[in-house]
Design a protein around this ligand. Structure first.
Ligand SMILES: Cc1cc2nc3c(=O)[nH]c(=O)nc-3n(C[C@H](O)[C@H](O)[C@H](O)COP(=O)(O)O)c2cc1C
Length: 397
């Protein structure tokens, strides 16, 4: 998002307060955000909130701006305009060419991509008139981030909640990466999550991975226009919408899926925490408890990354190294042994990594370069990681 210029239109709905959180996230991601508020939006939230977050003036009127024609300048300078939340009113105005305030006039003057994120009471959203407006806007190439179902301000459940911030960000990224993204149209395979190695029908050996990092990478790669296959081990987390997901349980199943789907991919990222060993025997019945100790013989699982490295072809192959000591040394050895193009080093000794919200990553490349991705949320690091990888893929062309 760095240096992306986003024009954010805020209209008069209850969800207007969520536009403040979106603004903050965009600013933190390096975007330059200009905000236009309708007069009705100002009844819900003040311009001061947005000017404080963006450190830029907020535009509320066609007539009060310091220069004469702010609607033209604002849409010329921005890369994308997003209206979030978008009232039924602004959808109707945009669909019908009404330009009676700064936001509706700017939208009509826009030659940049437009995204609208409707939020309203379900009866308003489902009204044939609103649906017809959305249909018209969609036919004109405007991106609509559909609202979600859930608890509405009217204390009832229904469709009409503003889409999650993640979906709004996905839509912005997708729109700005269209056409020029290195990953656009590329085949990307990602493994994520833990594996489970059963001992009997109810017991298994596993690890603390949740798959959050791989899921964030899948979401980010999809937003950049890639065709993503996510091979996901057992986790309670949901895969991103629109990503082809193959659910697996054991390391052997993950191996089979990875060999079938990652072979021939443009980019493969192996972020799954695959069990290296599995119990040699799997009891068909629950093992009976006794007072004696239990010795379990473990046998080696197939090495997914090594096999992918041996059959790499033109794939840009990236692994993860979750290490508790001698991080970079061990990671570099893994990079060489497995014929990888890059490895993300994840320090799991500092209460980061598995199951945590924050992560800390360093990316090491086969050519010897290194890129510190820093500390941050997994979605943020996923974006930085794909930026760095895309740069190398482009350079390797
Ligand atoms: C308390 C309250 C909440 C409202 N929430 C919404 C809403 O979530 N979505 C919507 O489309 N309209 C909502 N409205 C109606 C709009 O504010 C109204 O249609 C207004 O004219 C929209 O103006 P604007 O589109 O220029 O911002 C709400 C009105 C009130 C009084």
């Amino acid at each position: 998002m760095k240096d992306t210029r986003v024009l954010l239109g805020v209209t008069g709905g209850i969800a207007a307060y969520k536009a403040a959180a979106l603004t903050s996230t965009l600013v933190q991601a390096g975007a330059i955000v200009d905000v236009i508020m309708t007069a009705e939006a100002e009844r819900f939230i003040t311009p001061l909130t947005f000017s404080s977050l963006t450190a830029r003036p907020v535009y509320t009127s066609l007539w009060d701006a310091p220069e004469r024609i702010p609607h033209i300048r604002l849409v010329r300078e921005a890369h994308v305009v997003i209206v979030a939340p978008a009232t039924a009113n602004i959808l109707g105005k945009l669909a019908n060419g009404v330009a009676d305030d700064l936001l509706s006039t700017a939208l009509l003057a826009a030659r940049i991509p437009i995204i609208v994120a409707p939020a309203m009471n379900s009866a308003m959203y489902e009204h044939p008139e609103t649906q017809a407006h959305l249909q018209t806007l969609s036919e004109r190439g405007i991106t609509i981030v559909a609202p979600e179902s859930g608890f509405l301000a009217e204390r009832e459940s229904g469709v009409g909640r503003l889409a999650s911030e993640e979906r709004l960000l996905d839509a912005i990224r997708l729109v700005i990466s269209s056409g020029n993204g290195v990953l656009r149209g590329k085949r990307v395979a990602i493994t994520a999550g833990p594996t489970r190695e059963p001992m009997d029908p109810i017991r298994h050996l596993s690890n603390a991975s949740t798959g959050a990092m791989g899921i964030a990478l899948a979401r980010e790669a999809t937003a950049r226009g890639a065709e993503v296959t996510l091979i996901l081990g057992p986790t309670a987390l949901l895969p991103p919408a629109g990503v082809r997901t193959i659910r697996v349980v054991t390391a052997q199943q993950m191996f089979d899926a990875a060999i079938a789907d990652a072979t021939g991919a443009d980019l493969t990222i192996a972020s799954a925490a695959v069990a290296d060993w599995r119990p040699a025997e799997q009891s068909a019945q629950k093992l009976k408890k006794s007072d004696a100790d239990l010795n379990v013989r473990m046998v080696r699982n197939p090495d997914i990354l090594k096999t992918l490295g041996e059959r790499k072809g033109g794939t840009f192959l990236v692994g993860f190294a979750a290490e508790t000591q001698a991080h970079e040394e061990n990671a570099l050895e893994k990079l060489r042994n497995k014929n990888l193009d890059a490895i993300a080093v994840n320090d799991v000794s500092e209460e980061r990594g598995f199951g945590t919200v924050e992560n800390k990553l360093t990316l090491l490349f086969a050519g010897g370069e290194r890129e510190e991705l820093g500390t941050g949320s997994k979605p943020l690091l996923a974006a930085r990681m794909l930026d760095a990888i895309a740069k190398r893929m482009e350079a390797a062309k």
